[in-house]
Design a protein. Structure first.
Length: 267
């Protein structure tokens, strides 16, 4: 497994050369999502997931005007079941992930996307897998080492900050079925902007349902991204991934935190 420092040096080198170069969340893993995620969640967990209405302190950023789901079950389906639906293949195809790219997998969990991204970008590409739970990060790091994925680095992020390198080196940042768990989305998205290449994109996969039910209504998603200076590039229904896929790119200057206006749920 590539050490974090070596990985960051390679990002800087790729960025300089011009070549293409992962609320508080109680999150154990993100290994599987199907069309009946919510029902399976209740079955696995023995009851509904906890919901937090608003974060305690958003600092200089506006608080999100929406509930936040906390996932407490570690598994909903197997990677084999997801592959039978060609979930990762369809997401990577539609988001334009190709060889040589640098991609972040935010909320990587056990690494379903991390492993497949590593194969897609190839030896000249890079994958940075991030999660905020130390035990999950450690388990994924062991899997990466066991599979000898030298183009993958695994790191620990923070609830409001994925802590990506801010050198403008990422072609894609994937956030699969985790956006509704972010308690401070405006700060989270604000901190990602310096990490993106000029033509880089954030790719969100989520379900079209209320945030407390483990989804994000598309209009709310687009509003929160727009508040931080992102523009919708494409929107696709994604039955294989249990919802939809939205792609965004940063436009214009990054706003000051005090100038960001929160979206009103249902408004």
């Amino acid at each position: 497994m590539m050490a974090a420092t070596s990985f960051l040096r390679s990002l800087r080198a790729k960025s300089r050369s011009g070549h293409p170069t992962s609320v508080p969340r109680l999150r154990s893993t993100r290994t599987g999502w199907g069309l009946a995620t919510l029902a399976l969640l209740a079955a696995c967990d023995g009851g509904p997931a906890t919901v937090r209405e608003k974060p305690d302190d958003a600092g200089p950023f506006p608080a999100a005007d929406r509930p936040v789901a906390r996932i407490v079950s570690p598994r909903w389906s197997t990677e084999e079941a997801r592959d039978r639906l060609n979930e990762s293949g369809e997401v990577m195809d539609k988001s334009g992930v190709t060889k040589g790219m640098t991609v972040a997998d935010i909320g990587a969990g056990e690494g379903y996307y991390t492993i497949r991204l590593a194969s897609r970008v190839g030896k000249d590409g890079r994958v940075l897998a991030e999660d905020i739970v130390p035990e999950v990060r450690d388990a994924l790091a062991q899997r990466v080492a066991r599979d000898r994925l030298d183009n993958v680095s695994v790191k620990l992020g923070e609830p409001a900050n994925p802590k990506l390198p801010d050198n403008g080196s990422f072609d894609r940042v994937l956030m699969v079925h985790m956006y509704h768990e972010i308690e401070q989305p405006y700060e989270f998205l604000w901190r990602i902007r310096p990490s993106l290449k000029p033509d880089g994109q954030i790719v969100v996969v989520d379900a079209n349902r209320p945030t407390q039910d483990h989804g994000t209504p598309p209009k709310l998603l687009q509003c929160e991204f727009a508040a931080v200076g992102y523009q919708l590039v494409a929107f696709d229904e994604m039955p294989s991934a249990g919802g939809y896929m939205a792609r965004f790119r940063a436009v214009g200057p990054r706003p000051e935190p005090r100038d960001i206006k929160a979206c009103r749920l249902g408004g």
